[in-house]
Write a protein that binds this ligand. Structure first.
Ligand SMILES: C[S@@+](CC[C@H](N)C(=O)[O-])C[C@H]1O[C@@H](n2cnc3c(N)ncnc32)[C@H](O)[C@@H]1O
Length: 273
């Protein structure tokens, strides 16, 4: 079984992943890549990473790219992650946007297994009832994780921030430690495969009033971060719209015209009106 990668092959696969997804493996992270890609070699019955790279680059390897994304992405997430951001969204951002329009558009741009977009739907239902004044698009680069999101079945870890009452209201307990999101929540989220570095895909999603792009740009370098942030600002966000990054992330090193807005224990970036 392949346990090591030749430095030249590591460089080439590192570049391939970066060019296709923006995901940046540090130069010293060869062991990490070996760990992530070993299972792809096993699945394809290949004995070395050189063959895998050749396959990825060949016309018949195009279908493998989605498996590559599944293997290298980190999908850590849970419901009501960073509650202060969710509260700022529900109590300040949404009411402000709804002063200008009756129905707002929200995009969870790296939604992983769905906890983030479903959280947004639930937070809005707590305030506005089941008929929420919003459309929620949820997307990710990984098909495997999107299938999980669409299935909507979660374990205790994902629901760790939820009270007993909230679990009861929004989930069906379908087995020991297994919860299925109720259909009336599921129906509020549309899931799509969108690669944040694919301009053609980004052009197809339409205009948004709020973008949640949390805990994904941390895997990019500054060049691809800048490109994604520019796309959000120039092509996707409506004037007055907000961008919410992960609680520990900042775009202070990038060049943007976003206005930094402070809420109670949370920040967001607004495109000026
Ligand atoms: C750590 S999860 C974040 C989930 C959620 N936003 C949160 O904060 O809880 C990062 C997600 O980004 C996705 N991702 C990585 N690169 C991406 C890209 N180029 N385009 C879209 N999604 C990407 C991964 O598949 C993964 O599901």
């Amino acid at each position: 079984m392949a346990e090591k990668m030749d430095p030249k092959t590591f460089e080439a696969i590192r570049k391939f992943i970066y060019d296709k997804s923006g995901i940046f493996f540090e130069k010293n992270k060869e062991y990490l890549m070996v760990n992530r890609l070993k299972k792809r070699l096993d699945a394809l019955k290949m004995s070395n990473f050189e063959d895998y790279l050749r396959y990825l680059k060949s016309p018949s390897g195009a279908k493998e790219i989605s498996n590559l994304f599944d293997a290298v992405t980190i999908n850590e997430t849970y419901f009501f992650r960073h509650i202060n951001q969710i509260n700022a969204f529900k109590d300040s951002i949404v009411p402000e946007i709804l002063k200008r329009k009756r129905l707002m558009t929200i995009w969870s741009a790296a939604c992983s297994s769905g906890e983030e977009p479903y959280t947004l739907a639930i937070a809005l239902m707590e305030k506005y009832g089941q008929n929420i004044p919003a459309r929620i698009l949820a997307s990710d680069i990984s098909n495997e994780i999107l299938d999980k999101a669409k299935e909507g079945v979660y374990g205790e870890y994902s629901l760790k921030e939820l009270s007993f009452d909230m679990k009861k209201k929004y989930f069906d307990n379908i087995g020991p430690g297994k919860y299925k999101i109720k259909d009336f929540v599921k129906r509020k989220c549309i899931f799509k495969n969108i690669n944040l570095t694919d301009d053609r895909q980004l052009r197809s999603i339409g205009k948004m009033d709020t973008i949640f792009c949390r805990n994904v740009l941390i895997y990019f370098d500054n060049i691809s971060r800048q490109k994604v942030i520019d796309k959000f600002y120039n092509d996707i966000l409506n004037p007055g719209g907000y961008l919410i990054l992960g609680a520990t992330e900042s775009i202070s090193r990038l060049k943007t015209n976003f206005k930094l807005c402070h809420f109670k224990m949370a920040i967001a970036y607004q495109k000026p009106i």
